[in-house]
Each structure stands twice: as C-alpha cells, then as structure tokens.
Design a protein around this ligand. Sequence first.
Ligand SMILES: [Zn+2]
Length: 178
Amino acid sequence: MKGHTHLLIGGAVGIPLAVIIPASAIPSSLPAFAISCALSGVAALLPDIDHERSTISTFLRRNLGGSKHSRGRHRGGTHSFFGTAIAGLLAGLAFHQLDPPLALPAAVIVALGYLSHLVADVISPYPMRWLWPFRRHPIRPRWIPAIPHSGFEGQLVELATIGVVLAIFVLAGAHWFA
Ligand SMILES: [Zn+2]
C-alpha cells in the first residue's frame, strides 16, 4: 500500500484509542481525538523507513537532509512484532519526558498504529519477517491473497480501503462533534 493509505488506516486506528488518553492530560476532547489519530497515523508510516522511496523516508530526507541510501532489506526488522514493540517503547519514553500520564497511552497508540501497517502489508506478495530477530525467516500465510499494489487489483483494493477509511472518519467525526 502507498504511504497515504497507511497514514489513513493508521489514523483510523487512533479514533477509538482517543478514549485511553487521560482527560487530566488533555483538557478538551478535540485534541485527544486529533492527537490520537495523528500519533497512530504517523506510526503507521514508520515501518517503511527501511525503503528509500517510502513516504516517511522521503519526508525525513527533505526535512532533515541526507541522501538516498539503502537501509537494509525492505520488510525486514521494521516489519516485525519486535519493531512494533520498539516503536511503542520509544514513544512511551518520549512522551514520559513530555507528560508522564501520556506515556502509556502514547505507547499503545503508536504500537497499534504501527501494527496496522504490518496488517495492511499482508496482502502484498512479499513475505515479512514478523518474528525477527527470533526467527529471521520471512513468513507469508498462503491463505491470504497476494495482491501486488502496482496492478489493477491492487489499485482497486487501495481505492476501496481509502473510501472505507474516509467513511469511518466522517462517521467518527459526526459522532464526536454531535
Ligand atoms: Zn511496509
């Protein structure tokens, strides 16, 4: 899937998770909703940091500089449960510095947003190293249909996903602001 689709899916994961952000940490409900979606959305971009042409790598290169270089095997350690846990842990530590009551909610939101990327990537024909570093062998369950994202089918799935996620955002927004 493309970066913006991962961003949208991850953002949608953040909608229900807004409830775990303590009201004491954030006074109004609007920022909690926005913060949760933003956190999980950005987290959903992170696994593709191992791909030089991904949305997150391009963004970092443009803003922080650096040149295009391979960061190792695509869909390696960043596409694993271990990578998910590390992302959650780092977010927890960072938010602990900012505001300790936000540490655990941020860790959970980032981990689940990150995980949404891995789940969305399962339809890709390429196997992922889910159990890295414990098992380096790439895994791809055969019962899941393999849909290359560049093909017609892949683009259809991508469009359908975007449509569904946007509908979820509209419904959630209507509910939230009602
Ligand atoms: Zn990916």
